[in-house]
Design a protein around this ligand. Sequence first.
Ligand SMILES: NC(=O)c1ccc[n+]([C@@H]2O[C@H](COP(=O)([O-])OP(=O)(O)OC[C@H]3O[C@@H](n4cnc5c(N)ncnc54)[C@H](OP(=O)(O)O)[C@@H]3O)[C@@H](O)[C@H]2O)c1
Length: 392
Amino acid sequence: MELSRVSPLLSRLVAAPRLLLRRRFTQNSTLFLLHNSNNKSKVILLLKHKQSKALATKAAAETRTPTNMVKVIRVYEHGGPEVLKWEDVEIGEPGEGEIRVRNKAIGLNFIDVYYRKGVYKPAEMPFTPGMEAVGEVVAVGPGLTGRTVGDIVAYAGGAMGSYAEEQILPANKVVPVPPSIDPVIAASIMLKGMTAQFLLRRCFKVEPGHTVLIQAAAGGVGSLLCQWANALGATVIGTVSTKEKAAQAKDDGCHHVILYKEEDFVARVNEITSGNGVDVVYDSVGKDTLQGSLACLKLRGYMVSFGQSSGTPDPVPLSALAPKSLFLTRPSLMQYTVTRDELLETAGEVFTSIASGILKVRVNHTYPLSRAAQSHTDLESRKTSGSVVLIP
Ligand SMILES: NC(=O)c1ccc[n+]([C@@H]2O[C@H](COP(=O)([O-])OP(=O)(O)OC[C@H]3O[C@@H](n4cnc5c(N)ncnc54)[C@H](OP(=O)(O)O)[C@@H]3O)[C@@H](O)[C@H]2O)c1
């Protein structure tokens, strides 16, 4: 058989998944046995040595199974930042309804620390942490429409595993990133910005005339909450630990900044509000602040406890809410982006707020992904402010 007639056949065959190629030599010729891994289709070719050499070289190049080995961070046991291991893993191909994304930038979030420590339990061990990233679609699963290779997409929440050079994602959990927004900016704001959106616009709807208290006002979420609450017409009070963070919070639209490691924040809020208290507290610090936050609320005020960077807060008995008829909620972004429409609307409002200048995104720190452990150390020791991004 002529090589020119064999090659197209081979090309079709090598496109089949996991094609194996075996050779056996006779005196003057080579016997090729090509078959699928399921052994359903087999082809035998008997070729002269000269032809076979050329064909074997071509086939070897074409049948190289794409390994999709990528570098990721993996956690085998809960613990300190040292449990974040930098490893090679095989990620395979996207299945139905899935896409493979090459990450350009990955957002660091405090929730990654909770999973690493075991405060929140991952579905399996070992696991790859990370809840948000922006990347380029490099493969789409069979039959998938609406996403194409080359799309720049963002994702936050949902499947964990963004501390990776590449990852497989459910296509319905990603959103397209507008071309005007830099991927690093988008990665730094997806989870934090969508959190700010649902907290201020849906969980408790902030309106002009409201007074809000934002704990950890210079943090990733805190910085965005301050800017957005100010733009909504609220009087914004923020707490921070250092003078540098206070300057950032002021710049982000905080009308009053309290250094809560030096001052009694309850007394200060009382003073600022002339004893009336605030309409809502957004508290992500948890253990160290929750009781004080409750004390800062006005009659029928809203306590929004959405995080625990200082530790899990002590339980609040229902009776503690009675004297001021308070509302208490412990919301999570996942429950505010359940449907595709909710996800698109929430992300869309974040992107629009960046474009309109309501949100200035502070990417104050970037680390190579391989140094994720250092980023965790710095986040936990309160050395960071604004957003932190990991670059693969
Ligand atoms: N419920 C949700 O859906 C949701 C979604 C996103 C984020 N969150 C929560 O929002 C919070 C903020 O997340 P983020 O990623 O933007 O982090 P972050 O606010 O940038 O970092 C945490 C900040 O908390 C403050 N803090 C106070 N006590 C602390 C302590 N003992 N240890 C460490 N930090 C302490 C620090 O600010 P100071 O130095 O100024 O005190 C620190 O910079 C986290 O609790 C996170 O879990 C919740």
